[in-house]
Design a protein. Sequence first.
Length: 144
Amino acid sequence: MTDQQNSDTTTQNIAEAIQEVSDRATLLVREEIELAKAEVTEKVTKLIKGAVVGIVAGVFMLFGLFLLLDGFAWLAYWAIPVPEGTYFWGFFIVAAVLFLLGAMAGYIASRAFKSGAPPTPQLAIDEAKLIKETVQSSHPEQTV
């Protein structure tokens, strides 16, 4: 072989290696983007679920407040010396049950918000840091 052929073969091998590195880097970036999307989607889903449970908690509390106020109205009616039954106790029991349900739903909503916020793609960030360390390292086999 001549020097020209060796030079052409070497140039071709370098070009192929650069193309392969470029293709792999592109694939890595795409996979990191997909991982980030999946993480953010998961956290946003948790936030939405927490918001829905929080809204339900608010509805329970609103109905509980309404029934409590209605119970106080019946209590005031009963406190006036009128010889009728004591109807207010049923209202108080229902209001207490609704407040308990609202408190439980609020607790569940707060836990969902805490586990879902902030929606950052932590796994993708960690993986990107590992890739950066591997690429910049003089001994990449030791970074894994």
